[in-house]
Design a protein around this ligand. Structure first.
Ligand code: DSN
Length: 484
């Protein structure tokens, strides 16, 4: 590969366009060491440029965010937390971690921030453990007459472990749009604690706060979790907090999906989790548009435990990713991020309205956020078949269960669509209307084969949609400054 010298010969803006130079140089340089890896990076760029990215949990980060991850920060061990490390020579990592913490606290108005989690799942695990330690282990230690776990005899430690493992968690069920880490049977969360789920109302598919309250008062969980991966509505966190208080639960919110909508002030008042939750976890790469990673915000009382996320549950922090998080938080602190967040929702609502107008069934009938879940059963296909047919048409999304899904989480009866990435490209309501028609055309022209994963789509429609997608993406290109 020799992208950089071609670029330098063809542009007079070379002094100004440092990001492009860095990007191209890195590709060229990687290709000298590993042509295979350079080829895959290039291929991924081409792939993302030729498909409409509608996976609700994905986005396009800025080149500054991406480039911050490609350097020697990855070589540094920094177990511990800022200014409290188990390794020498961490002062630069301290500065990076402190900058990321300060930017994200400002962004969300949070008392405490922990920016090390490698993912949202890590963030949730650390949050669960912090709550168990603060609310269960500490009083149990006192009862056993010890200050630290190290002081306990083997027998007393076993007693403590049994008490810790006997706690309960109440979160939104996977079929209703909750996340795996909120107590799903195939996730550690349901092995670590006794896990219970609340589900959406079968008729409206909306959260039923009265029902959640009833369940919470019966179970009295240690932790009440709010948050979702596939629920298209705003949650009333003031109401959820009220339930948590009545049930004597710690209130935790996983805002991985909608963090960008909180940062962008779309979700305010009762719908902003920060003032209400004891602990808020998130990812940094979805609506928040940062690097792949996790994040925890909390009331101060949990800070001293959360800071011990490594080694409590996690390996060494990733300093290069913390640097990229700091940049992303700074970007989200700019006023332009507010209008970005508003446009995400406007686009999702337009898409939903147009799909409904075309006769599609959308769970809850619409959306308040960045995502929608479409029931594809009326087309006689599974979610898996719909996902495959749409990908063949260059529309990338993921299959998703709908409430009470008869097809289970592998085949599913729905697809989940999101607008964060297309909004980053600059698309608006006019494009959403076109895309709704394209999705409808593909679903209508797809027939199921016997196997629940196999399908066939009418050739003429497929070619038409491919062409339309290509035209849209030529008008709204990804990283237009990178001309390769
Ligand atoms: N995998 C993420 C999503 O797609 O929603 C959540 O973990």
């Amino acid at each position: 590969m020799d992208f950089l010298s071609k670029y330098l010969q063809s542009t007079a803006e070379k002094e100004q366009n440092k990001a492009v130079i860095a990007y191209l140089a890195s590709l060229d340089y990687i290709s000298t060491d590993s042509p295979k890896i350079a080829e895959s990076i290039l291929q991924e760029l081409k792939d993302q440029r030729s498909n409409l990215k509608m996976i609700a949990s994905e986005n396009y980060s800025s080149l500054a965010v991406q480039l911050a991850m490609g350097n020697l920060l990855t070589d540094k061990y920094a177990e511990g937390f800022a200014n409290h490390r188990f390794y020498a020579g961490c002062s630069n990592i301290d500065a990076i971690e402190e900058e990321a913490m300060s930017q994200v606290k400002k962004l969300f108005g949070a008392e405490f921030a922990y920016v090390q989690p490698h993912s949202g799942a890590d963030a949730n695990l650390i949050a669960f453990l912090a709550i168990l330690i603060e609310k269960v282990q500490s009083p149990e230690l006192e009862r056993l007459g010890a200050k630290k776990v190290d002081e306990l005899s083997h027998e007393d430690y076993e007693t403590l472990r049994k008490v810790l493992m006997n706690q309960s968690l109440l979160g939104m069920g996977l079929n209703s749009g909750g996340h795996l880490t909120h107590g799903y049977r195939h996730n550690l969360s349901s092995k670590l604690m006794r896990a219970f789920s609340y589900e959406v109302d079968p008729k409206t598919q909306l959260l039923d706060y009265e029902n959640i309250e009833k369940l919470a008062l019966e179970i009295k969980p240690l932790i009440l979790v709010a948050g979702y991966s596939a629920y298209p509505r705003a949650i009333n966190f003031a109401r959820m907090k009220e339930i948590a208080v009545k049930a004597g639960s710690v209130f935790m919110v996983d805002m991985a999906h909608f963090a960008g909508l909180v940062a962008g002030k779309v979700f305010e008042g009762d719908f902003n989790p920060i003032p209400y939750a004891d602990i808020v976890t998130s990812t940094t790469h979805k609506t928040l548009r940062g690097p792949r990673g996790g994040l925890i915000l909390a009331k101060k009382e949990f800070g001293h435990i959360l800071n011990k996320g490594c080694p409590l549950a996690m390996g060494g922090p990733l300093p290069h990713v913390m640097a990229a998080k700091a940049i992303a938080f700074q970007e989200a602190n700019k006023p332009s991020f507010h209008s970005y967040a508003q446009k995400i929702v406007k686009n999702a609502q337009t898409l939903a309205e147009e799909l409904v107008r075309l006769g599609l069934r959308i769970t809850t009938g619409g959306t308040d956020n960045h995502l929608l879940v479409v029931d594809v059963t009326s087309f006689g296909i599974t979610g898996r078949q719909a996902e495959g047919a749409l990908r063949a048409a260059n529309i990338t999304l993921n299959r998703n269960t709908i409430p009470s899904d008869p097809n289970g989480p592998w085949y599913t009866s729905g697809v989940r669509l999101g607008t964060p990435a297309l909004t980053t490209l600059g698309m608006g309501p006019a494009e959403m209307k076109i895309i709704a028609k394209l999705i409808h055309a593909i679903l209508k022209s797809t027939k199921a084969k016997e196997d629940r994963a196999q399908f066939v789509t009418e050739e003429k429609t497929l070619l038409h949609v491919n062409k339309q997608v290509e035209e849209l993406l030529l008008t709204f290109p990804l990283y237009p400054e990178i001309r390769i």
